[in-house]
Ligand binder design. Sequence first.
Ligand SMILES: *Cc1c(COP(=O)(O)O)cnc(C)c1O
Length: 366
Amino acid sequence: MLPINVTRSSMPPLEEYIEEIRGLWDSHWLTNMGEKHQKFQTALEEYLKVPHVTLYTNGHLALEGILAAMNFPRGSEVITTPFTFASTTHAIVRSGLVPVFCDINDRDYTMDAAKIEALITDKTVAILPVHVYGNLCDTEAIQKIADKHGLKVIYDAAHAFGVTKNGVSAACFGDAAMFSFHATKVFNTIEGGAVCYRDDAMVQTLNDLKNFGIHGPEAVPFVGGNAKMNEFQAAMGLCNLRHLQGEIAKRKEVVKKYRELLSGYGKITFCAPQPDVEPNYAYFPVVFESEKMRDAACERLKEQNIIARKYFYPLTNDFSCYKDLPTAGGDKTPIVRSIASRVVTLPLYAELGLDEVERICKIVSE
Ligand SMILES: *Cc1c(COP(=O)(O)O)cnc(C)c1O
């Protein structure tokens, strides 16, 4: 049996990509905001219906870009979730800020908005929630709290490309949203990322941050780094964007099959579907009754060459690099601790066969 990985990157037909990059052999313009970059940026602004998109070489640097652009005093506190990929917490700490961990709710595993206010201090400057698994956070409640206390809201929307709430894309919530276009995401540019936002004043800063602060051959008024998206990444994005709806439709069928086959089995819970949200079926997390059962299922799958991932385990506030951080320590976040010890994401990608889903479900339910 061929191995089944937890995900498989979406790729356009080879000929389509070749056609998209052919012109680069004439222009010899490979990076530095070339034609493909500009075209892709505009395509995203239209698709996401957001005023500004700034492209980055990956999602992580896009997130660090947002934090740098907001220019918070060093040591300021950012309320965030530990139920995420390393990137979210690392971006906060690498920016000289202090992550303060908020618990999640047990329905969709996003930040529990009811627990945010108790964490606000005079050092709090922002809330940085994650639309985990593509589930959208309670954006209204979070915005209300932010407005009341004068805080910025930054969404890690790495999982939520293509997701909408009442027709509004995940790009449009908060002061800024970050997307990752990493190879493993629903929509990829090989590596890549973007910042989406409304504030016109942020355009220049975000561009400066990704291109050394260079304004002209002899003008460098800003201390920036390098995080530009190149032409090959942008070309991949232009191609994959044409196929996105088809990919999501195929993922939907896979998820439907999983739910159908596993729903009668009482020892597993799924994320609750979100009313008003059109999902992208980015992941299929299941939560077992116990950690032992979860680990046993992972082992049995692995024996059959099927890779499921304990996503997200361990929690970022349990990482060894944060053991000395006074605000870490998962004890203050009991729900997330319980979910992380029992969750696993099952293989999910557009080309996953429904017969393979049946085989996976059989092993899991045994
Ligand atoms: C993938 C991911 C990132 C980082 O994105 P890259 O493009 O890989 O740098 C950040 N946050 C979350 C939740 C992610 O899943």
